[in-house]
Design a protein around this ligand. Structure first.
Ligand code: ADP
Ligand code: MG
Length: 302
């Protein structure tokens, strides 16, 4: 198995020309910096939630997911990981030609979009109604793409800028799939008392067709808020890495490596939030997921 890429969270191996093995680690990044400490359970939660959504998704678009787990013939030792480690955090996906944009959809005004709106009254360069508050529900969900920076931070762009990058037709297709998938996921989540304030899809071409790749509606790719604690004008507590970001902000850390060591209670609270997000959204128990109990949380030898 050839190692082809390690991102902030995933290690990716080539199985054959058409298939990749995705191994989702317990690494966590904040402000684009990977923390030193792993978050126990995180890689399995991300895998479980992506698998859950992919299994439910109606015919909006194909996903890249082929199967869960490590295929029988794969030689994991080449990747330096054990079966125990791989359990519950691995999936086989179709290799895609990824679009060079991130397909963000926003249903609520938060994060970088709120910061921009406060400055200029726009969101990704497009005008919004005046007088909106922080965390307010947008009149309707908006496709708000960003660049996919290989170095540094992604940059929010308008739909027209995205169309210039990938072509009008591809941009329109990506917008339609992203908006539909967001609306569908947000509706399911609302039934379970969770607001999906925004999310980021990564789309790619598989057999010449746009497919939903990467992770799907996870706490890493989305802002999840408990619906009963949402109120315009304030930032609700969240089921994602916001508490970690808040803790990091409070330390006064300059957001460049090396990150500060995370105290055990921050690691534990973050881990619990990821598990809670999975259980609330799926209605399933995380303890039933392969490897959820007992497997080593860190890569042997790391
Ligand atoms: N089906 C696919 N084929 C090829 N690349 C993919 C596919 N799905 C996701 N990717 C890419 O794999 C990487 C996933 O690893 P991750 O750790 O999340 O990386 P990053 O730090 O870039 O977010 C991303 O760069 C993503 O664009
Ligand atoms: Mg990623």
């Amino acid at each position: 198995m050839k190692h082809i890429y390690s991102g902030k969270v995933r290690d990716i191996y080539e199985l054959d020309d058409e298939h990749l093995l995705f191994v989702t680690s317990d690494r966590i990044s904040a402000f684009d910096v990977v923390m030193t400490e792993p978050i126990p359970g995180k890689g399995r939660v991300l895998t479980a939630l992506t698998a859950f959504w992919a299994s439910q998704l109606p015919g909006i678009a194909p996903t890249h997911l082929v199967s869960l787990g490590v295929p029988a013939g794969a030689d994991l030792s080449a990747a330096g990981i054990s079966r125990d480690f791989a359990e519950g955090r691995t999936m086989v996906v179709r290799r895609a030609e990824m679009l060079p944009i991130e397909c963000i959809v926003r249903g609520y005004l938060s994060g970088s979009a709120w910061a921009e709106y406060r400055r200029t009254g726009t969101m990704h360069g497009e005008p919004l109604p005046a007088g909106l508050s922080q965390s307010e529900k947008l009149p309707e969900p908006v496709f708000t793409p960003s660049t996919k920076a290989t170095v540094g931070h992604d940059e929010n762009i308008s739909f027209e800028q995205a169309a210039r990058l990938i072509g009008d037709k591809m941009a329109a297709g990506a917008r339609e799939i992203s908006l539909e998938a967001y609306r569908w996921g947000a509706e399911r989540a609302a039934e379970r008392g969770i607001i999906i304030a925004d999310t980021k899809f990564e789309l790619g071409l598989v057999d010449g067709e746009l497919a939903i790749c990467d992770e799907i509606l996870t706490p890493d790719s989305s802002r999840f808020w408990p619906a009963d604690q949402w109120q315009p004008g304030a930032t609700p507590p969240s089921f994602d890495k916001q508490p970690l970001r808040d803790w990091l902000e409070a330390t006064g850390w300059g957001k460049v490596p090396p990150p500060p060591p995370l105290p055990p209670d921050v690691v534990e609270a973050t881990s619990a939030r990821y598990v809670e997000a999975y259980e609330r959204l799926s209605g399933l128990s995380f303890s039933d997921w392969p490897g959820a109990d007992g497997s080593p949380a860190v890569r042997p030898g790391a």
